[in-house]
Design a protein around this ligand. Sequence first.
Ligand SMILES: Cc1cc2nc3c(=O)[nH]c(=O)nc-3n(C[C@H](O)[C@H](O)[C@H](O)COP(=O)(O)OP(=O)(O)OC[C@H]3O[C@@H](n4cnc5c(N)ncnc54)[C@H](O)[C@@H]3O)c2cc1C
Length: 393
Amino acid sequence: MKRVAVLGGGPAGAFAAQRLASAGLETIVLDEKLAWEKPCGGGLTFKAYSRYPFLLDNDVPKRFVSNTTLSAHGAGAARLPLRRPLLIYSRFDLNRMLLERAERAGAQIEKTRVLEVTRNGGTWKVRTSSGSIEADFCIVATGARNPLRNLGTQLTAGDVMTALGYYVPGQQDHVDIQFLRRIEGYIWVFPRCGHLSVGICGKGVPAQVLRARLEEFMRERGICWKDGCFYSHLLPSLGASGWRNNRVAGPGWLAVGDAGGLVDPITGEGLYYAMRSADLAGEVVLSDAHAPLEKHRAYRSLLVRDFAADLAFGAAIARHVFLGKFLFGAVPQRMVQFLRRSPRLCDLMQDLFAGTQSYLGLKGRLLRNLHGAVVDALVSFVLSREAAEEYRA
Ligand SMILES: Cc1cc2nc3c(=O)[nH]c(=O)nc-3n(C[C@H](O)[C@H](O)[C@H](O)COP(=O)(O)OP(=O)(O)OC[C@H]3O[C@@H](n4cnc5c(N)ncnc54)[C@H](O)[C@@H]3O)c2cc1C
């Protein structure tokens, strides 16, 4: 293999290009915007920055947030301190840092729009707005709005959330998450360097309904959106069948990040999976163990072993997490109520926020702790706070 074309230079494409170029492969990144403020919270979990410490060790502006408030209809709010803080970047800064790493590693970066990709024998022809190039292999990293018909995940209506919001002037020291009544999704307020990102995501709900719901929330919180900057985008959130039929790779090409649907279907975390899938794609492309036309199979199994089986399981329980019932109330409502009263549930939620608790391991942990968590909650209902702490000790 002589030359790899990386289509798209967001976090997934830039990371893959850095990995391939630093191994000496001729790598060209084609992106129509290069560094840009993609609509995104920009939040990176402990799982992301502990695996990729360069996300911490740099001079790029970023924020650490160590507190979250979760709220749900009929349950009020619960504060959840984060043992492992969330790291928040502006997407312009994050994208630029990742592209610069790729460039320093030797990748060629070109600002152009990819129009069409066709295969002739063993060679790809990539037609762009500024001409065309040939490549032996393609990494597809064109994000959730991937315009390439023949490559990457085919997202159906059941496989995406609509996400929209405002960047508004303001500051706060914590992240807010508000679960929504009868909607598979949530509202967030993310403090970023110099402003807040306030947004909403939901599955199967028209954008105007989400926007009205978000503005109602902002009105209640006294957050003015009139001077804000509106954004909207798609957030892949594959359903169970979406994961089973996911067109994530084929002979001579591998899709990474959002173009492969590789996003947590419950939390919407995609940045870690963009970089992780790019890392795995790089490993497969560079490995001599697989023939070029077999690489897509190796990539699929690596993804499944690494995180895709867990995300597919997340997809199977997502609806229940947002819309299910538990002890005669909505799951989010009970979760917030229990969070205020059960240290065991707080521990579990902290690990979910840090990305260190898998969905596959969740059921076992919940079953092991549920009895304790219910007892925690009941005890704190019946006894004073001091007496409840004494009881737990
Ligand atoms: C509102 C919102 C909030 C989010 N918040 C978070 C969060 O806080 N934390 C988190 O982990 N994840 C979050 N996500 C998900 C995260 O943004 C994505 O998972 C992540 O950006 C995926 O990276 P990517 O490189 O795969 O795709 P993208 O970042 O979308 O990059 C794709 C790139 O391809 C380029 N491109 C597309 N088509 C072409 C073409 N035809 N020719 C040339 N270039 C092209 C684009 O210019 C772009 O640079 C959020 C998503 C949304 C929508």
